[in-house]
Design a protein around this ligand. Structure first.
Ligand SMILES: *[C@@H]1O[C@H](CO)[C@@H](O)[C@H](O)[C@H]1NC(C)=O
Ligand SMILES: *[C@@H]1O[C@H](CO)[C@@H](O)[C@H](O)[C@H]1NC(C)=O
Ligand SMILES: *[C@@H]1O[C@H](CO)[C@@H](O)[C@H](O)[C@H]1NC(C)=O
Ligand SMILES: *[C@@H]1O[C@H](CO)[C@@H](O)[C@H](O)[C@H]1NC(C)=O
Length: 776
């Protein structure tokens, strides 16, 4: 006991203390030291305090941290190395120096995020060196791991970039995931810049090659890239000669801090920052860019270059690229100015064919502009006017370029677009005239537009009832049906003209007249004709109720065609489809005989006195999705409904949804299948069919806004069941919002819709902004 307070021991301890302090101020970090990821976390600083190693809070997310090294004396945060760019660390993650694994970064649950990888050895300590190199040592002061050997996007003075070394760009200025660009020192001695394919990491051709490669005498080849303390940046050849990477006019000086960084836009820059005088208004300035002009740099063959497809690159004063979309085009992702551009209108041979006749396009003229690849035809000799005319007349032509008597026709997608005084070409971009401008892409033709608007009418009318989300799904379904229609109409026209064999029963007119008691009791009326209640005798002599649909405007001229179509319908078997039992085609009379469903249409159920419950509504929505999925993807030939609406959904004894009227659009000819089906009996607010564009926009915006603001509750009013099932509600709303995306290609297939509704796959985050239906 007493020995603990032995005066000698105390003196020893006192002596020891200053030593410990001295050691830690020298920058050594002992095994067991750690830093927690939080706002005020103290980094490990180098002795001169030029560099710090610690957690950097991401600008884009205030709960995520990057383990990084930065210039510690420069007020604007300059990150020169980072560990976990792909996987930012949540608050309270921990970095620890361990004896066996070196640096270990783990999340609050203890899951590994990143570690310093090295072969073998026991860690004794680590050090944030004054050069900006973080080094992990063993007890013999051998280096086990160092940040200089694991560079990210930046080289620092004294750092040696060796054979096989790779710098990878960030994804964006403040997103540290790996981007598309690389700087590499190849084993053959060349330092190169290249793009790569993001999905496969396949490396594309280089857009910069140093040329430090000598076949005749390999001692002339490069073997290191170095940045010296005076800012000299060069490829060092084996024979110690230097190939300078500095731009003309660079004056070496040790009065600066330096970085050589491969930026997210593919430009490798050497930047410097004056070390003195402190307290003055200093900043980083770029002294060298490689390549000198990334906009006019030749990228080869694959990938989109620095700007996205269909974009135009111009070089800013700081020699970094700016990307702009051509007239009539806008960014595919409004938040990504370096991303792809897409036309605000429909074009191409298919779209042109659907449009009214006339000169659909005009040309936007861009001086000193070209897209140097993707020509599919050259007209030579040509005049400017001939060149323009050639492109206007050619539905494949997206852009024509004229250069000294040559006319080049180009097609999508257009990579490497650039505008620069060095470029001696005039580009003519085809843009749809305002009077033919149709919003891309939901409205493909006037006919299509009409159908589309109709679906919106239904949306609005039904939305204002109580069960919003079911109707959202309808709209999705409608959009999708329409998009399928567009893509597969032709296919279907050619499909399955075979077997008339089926269980289908033939009725003559008289039989059906009797069955319906002289077409007495009307069940409903739709775009195809009137439906009557009837009773027939089955083969086993039982009496059974049927619904007889009298078609009032069949277009098929011949009986054979009609029968073929009817047989296509008869071959469908699914529990969410109404079954066709028979038909009649006597003279001008064409009728279809369906099974009778006791609970009527969804429309009457939704707007009737008995409001469907949340469970019934979700069950119905899922049933409809299942039925459509079968029609689109499982039956052969595929059937596109073209007219999904609550009036065409019937409910069986168990209130399961059954789709009716599918396959009829073919029978009726496409332009006749549409009529204004008035929606009556809407509860709540009154909506007339003449509702203006404005109101539609507001409504869809409202729904989307509710979702974005997290107030989906408003969509189901006070439905307690729905509110207690919020996850499902949100999922359904999200699926619906996916289905009404303007961009057709974004809309999920019915199969995917179904899987999402059934929670088998995740609903992906929605693209922003909300889809808007204000057509151009
Ligand atoms: C650490 O920095 C010093 C200069 O301060 C330098 O001489 C030394 O090589 C550096 N060590 C490592 C491992 O980077
Ligand atoms: C960075 O971008 C990638 C690719 O777009 C994305 O997956 C990732 O979530 C982004 N990271 C952050 C922190 O936003
Ligand atoms: C190759 O280069 C080395 C060093 O520059 C030189 O000594 C040698 O003579 C060269 N060999 C040939 C074959 O040129
Ligand atoms: C950096 O500072 C210098 C001197 O104060 C100034 O001339 C220069 O314009 C600044 N550059 C930038 C990019 O702010």
């Amino acid at each position: 006991m007493a020995s603990i307070f032995h005066p000698l021991l105390s003196a020893y301890l006192l002596l020891l203390l200053p030593l410990v302090v001295a050691q830690s101020s020298a920058g050594d970090i002992g095994v067991g030291s750690s830093i927690e990821a939080k706002r005020d976390a103290k980094p490990w600083v180098s002795p001169s305090s030029d560099f710090a190693f610690g957690f950097h809070l991401l600008e884009t997310n205030n709960d995520l941290f990057l383990l990084a090294i930065w210039y510690n004396k420069i007020p604007s945060r300059t990150i020169v190395w980072y560990a976990n760019g792909e996987k930012p660390a949540p608050t309270r993650s921990k970095l620890e120096l361990t004896a066996d694994r070196g640096l270990v970064l783990s999340d609050p649950q203890g899951q590994l995020i990143w570690r310093s990888e090295f072969a073998t050895g026991d860690v004794a300590f680590a050090r944030m060196n004054d050069t900006g190199n973080f080094v992990v040592y063993d007890s013999g002061s051998e280096r086990l791991w160092e940040s200089f050997d694991n560079p990210t996007d930046t080289l620092l003075p004294t750092q040696v970039f060796k054979w096989g070394g790779v710098l990878s760009s960030r994804h964006k200025e403040s997103n540290f995931s790996k981007g598309r660009f690389q700087f590499r020192l190849l084993p053959d001695g060349n330092a190169v810049l290249n793009t790569k394919n993001m999905e496969s990491s396949f490396v594309y051709f280089a857009y910069y090659i140093s040329g430090t490669y000598d076949q005749a005498n390999s001692s002339n080849s490069g073997f290191q890239v170095r940045l010296d303390q005076d800012g000299s940046f060069y490829v060092l050849r084996k024979n110690n000669q230097r190939f300078s990477l500095n731009s003309d006019g660079f004056v070496p000086s040790t009065d600066y801090y330096y970085t050589a960084t491969l930026n997210f836009d593919g430009v490798l820059t050497l930047s410097r920052y004056p070390k003195y005088p402190s307290g003055s208004n200093r900043n980083w300035s770029v002294s060298t860019t490689i390549p000198d002009n990334i906009c006019t740099t030749r990228f080869e063959r694959y990938g989109s270059g620095t700007c996205g497809y269909n974009s135009i690159c111009t070089l800013k004063a700081n020699k970094r690229p700016q990307c702009n979309c051509p007239p009539g085009y806008s960014l595919s992702d409004a938040n990504d100015e370096y991303g792809n551009c897409q036309a605000d209108f429909m074009q191409g041979c298919e779209a042109d064919a659907l449009s009214p006749r006339g000169d659909l396009y005009e040309l936007a003229e861009l001086q000193n502009t070209d897209w140097p690849t993707n020509d599919y035809e050259v007209i030579s000799p040509s005049t400017v006017n001939d060149c323009k005319a050639h492109c206007l007349q050619d539905c494949l032509c997206i852009v024509a370029e004229y250069n000294k008597g040559d006319c080049l026709k180009k097609t999508l997608p257009l990579p490497y677009g650039r505008q620069d005084v060095q470029v001696d070409t005039i580009a003519f971009v085809k843009v749809r005239k305002a009077e033919f401008a149709q919003k891309n892409p939901p409205i493909i033709s006037t006919l299509y537009e009409k159908r589309y608007q109709n679906s919106l009418m239904i949306l609005i009318s039904v939305l204002l009832g109580s069960s919003v989300f079911v109707n959202f799904v309808f709209v999705g379904v409608l959009c999708l049906g329409s998009s399928f229609l567009y893509h597969r109409k032709i296919k279907r026209n050619h499909s399955n003209k075979n077997g008339i064999q089926s269980s289908l029963r033939y009725f003559n007119y008289k039989e059906l007249e009797e069955a319906t008691n002289g077409f007495k009791e009307e069940l409903g009326r739709g775009s195809f004709g009137i439906v009557y209640k009837g009773i027939i005798k089955t083969d086993s002599e039982d009496l059974t109720r049927v619904a007889v649909k009298k078609l009032d405007r069949v277009v098929q001229d011949t009986d054979k065609e009609f029968r073929t179509e009817v047989n296509v319908i008869a071959q469908t078997h699914h529990r969410n489809l109404v079954k066709l039992l028979g038909y009649c085609d006597e003279g001008q009379s064409r009728m279809l005989v369906y099974e009778y469903l006791s609970n009527g249409t969804l429309a009457s159920f939704l707007f009737g006195d008995l409001k469907p419950s949340w469970n019934q509504r979700t069950q119905i929505a899922t049933g409809i999705a299942r039925g459509l999925c079968y029609l689109h993807e499982e039956c052969s030939p595929q059937i596109i409904h073209c007219d999904i609406k609550p009036q065409n959904i019937l409910l069986d004894d168990y209130y399961d949804a059954r789709i009716s009227d599918f396959g009829l659009s073919k029978l009726l000819g496409i332009d006749q299948s549409f009529t204004h089906t008035a929606i009556r009996g809407t509860k709540g607010r009154n909506v007339s069919m003449d509702v203006g564009e404005e109101e539609k926009a507001i409504l869809t915006d409202w729904a989307c806004d509710c979702f974005l603001e997290g107030t989906v509750d408003a969509l189901v009013e006070n439905d307690a069941d729905a509110l207690s099932d919020k996850m499902k509600l949100e999922r359904f709303v999200m699926v619906a919002l996916w289905c009404i995306q303007e961009e057709i290609s974004l809309r999920p297939t019915m199969k995917k819709v179904l899987l999402m509704l059934e929670e088998i796959i995740m609903v992906p985050a929605l693209p922003l902004p909300c889809p808007s239906y204000i057509s151009a």
